[in-house]
Design a binder for this molecule. Structure first.
Ligand code: SF3
Length: 431
């Protein structure tokens, strides 16, 4: 079978191709092109959700053509320029995360800290998974007045923090954890399921007939709903057996916004000055279904009690069932939301920088991130573009990066791969 270059589609049949590719690109350039495409994927996901809520930005839209054009065959052979383009894309991702946050807040109100039930209530059920708050909001309007309980799953958990979504009596709680528990969770709960964004898995036969997709999400042999009329989902939920009343073993907390943290700024300053808060950690990101991800739970469990943990994205499920307590009334676990809400963590870091009159990189603040897919790549480049140094990433190094790229990231940004939780904590707290 002939092999083809995936960049220029020409057959890999001459000496030049096997060494540097038909198009003459060296491996680092090729990998940086892949990286740029991943960042653009991430940006497009957030922009898509912003547009669903009616929010647009010409500059973001224009960047797609520049970014994608830059990955065409024989258009750019300059590795250094691809680093610059990646940083530019990182800033574009910053801009799109801001836009999506604005869209969420203006549509559903500023989130406030909220406790979320993790058990089931007696009644029919719909589980909504993914990132798409618009889909959840429209569904909640349509189930009003029925006995259907709507449960969030995975990245939909932060929806409970928004007053405009929380107000619906049918929003009953959150079931399961990160995206990869779908097959076991959905098989055992007789609910209708609505998949609203990426991170929806191909269903097993156990629930294929009761899962639906909407918006950008699509699955083979699964009913897709165009627009926002969820009558079929509601009909399916009503046809299924009712769930039993079964309280959860713990509650989850979410819904911290920039405002809710700023409201606590005097208290935070006081606690830092008293030495009662030693360090802030941002722990989260897109979780990976591997045992190596247990690092994040162990890391959080081993943190001393004078540390505060800010969580975001589905990586939070590695640790958010743990009761971390508080420091003189300030919760030690502060969940700011979905992966796109990294913007909130960034704004909190900027606010701390102002509060303590200290550059972000000199704050007692460390980011410990897990990653899986394209949005995480976009977020990493946002943080690099903002000049954030000393980020710990894992469980493995990005597949698109070769030694040359990793060295560049290590030298310029002090990027680190996670190691042993205890040793990492000791090193971070000593520095
Ligand atoms: Fe990522 Fe799917 Fe969890 Fe949004 S996008 S966080 S994995």
């Amino acid at each position: 079978m002939d092999m083809f270059c995936y960049m220029c589609s020409q057959a890999l049949n001459n000496e030049a191709c096997t060494k540097i590719g038909v198009c003459g690109k060296n491996p680092t350039v090729t990998r940086l092109q892949d990286n740029l495409v991943y960042i653009l994927d991430g940006i497009s996901a957030y922009y898509y959700h912003a547009r669903e809520l009616g929010y647009k930005d010409e500059e973001i839209a224009a960047f797609f053509s520049k970014g994608l054009y830059s990955t065409l065959t024989n258009v750019n052979f300059d590795a250094e320029n691809y680093i610059q383009l990646s940083l530019e894309a990182g800033m574009m991702n910053f801009r799109v995360m801001q836009l999506l946050k604005k869209a969420h807040i203006e549509t559903y109100g500023e989130p406030t800290p909220t406790q979320v039930e993790t058990g089931t209530k007696k009644g029919h059920a719909i589980i909504v998974t993914g990132h798409n708050l618009k889909a959840l909001g429209e569904l909640l309007k349509q189930v009003e007045g029925t006995d259907i309980n709507v449960y969030t799953h995975s990245e939909m958990l932060p929806a409970h923090g928004y007053p405009g979504l929380r107000k619906f009596r049918n929003l009953a709680g959150n079931l399961g954890a990160a995206w990869y528990d779908q097959k076991s969770l959905f098989a055992k709960i007789p609910a209708a399921i609505l998949g609203t964004s990426n991170c929806v898995l191909i269903p097993t036969e156990a629930y294929r007939d009761r899962i639906f997709t909407t918006s950008i999400a699509k699955l083979p042999k699964v009913k897709h709903i165009e627009g926002y009329d969820y009558s079929l989902v509601i009909e399916k939920a009503l046809s299924l057996p009712q769930l039993e009343e079964k309280p959860g073993n713990y509650k989850l907390t979410t819904g911290f916004s920039l405002k809710s943290v700023l409201d606590l700024k005097d208290k935070i300053k006081h606690l830092v000055e008293l030495g009662k808060i030693r360090h802030f950690f941002v722990i989260g990101g897109c979780d990976t279904p591997t045992h190596k991800g247990s690092y994040y739970r162990e890391f959080a469990q081993k943190l001393p009690k004078d540390t505060v943990i800010v969580t975001l994205a589905c990586g939070k499920y590695r640790l958010n069932d743990i009761n971390f307590g508080d420091i003189d009334g300030l919760p030690r676990l502060i969940d700011v939301g979905q992966c796109n809400d990294t913007i909130v963590a960034i704004e909190i870091a900027q606010a701390l920088s102002t509060l303590f009159n200290t550059p972000i990189n000199e704050l007692p603040l460390t980011l410990v991130l897990t990653w899986m897919e394209q949005k995480a790549v976009a977020i990493l480049w946002t943080l690099l573009a903002l000049g954030v140094k000393g980020i710990h990433i894992g469980p493995v190094l990005p597949a698109w990066a070769n030694e040359e790229i990793i060295n560049l990231l290590k030298i310029n940004y002090d990027l680190r791969l996670i190691g042993d939780p205890e040793e990492d904590i000791k090193r971070i707290l000593k520095s």
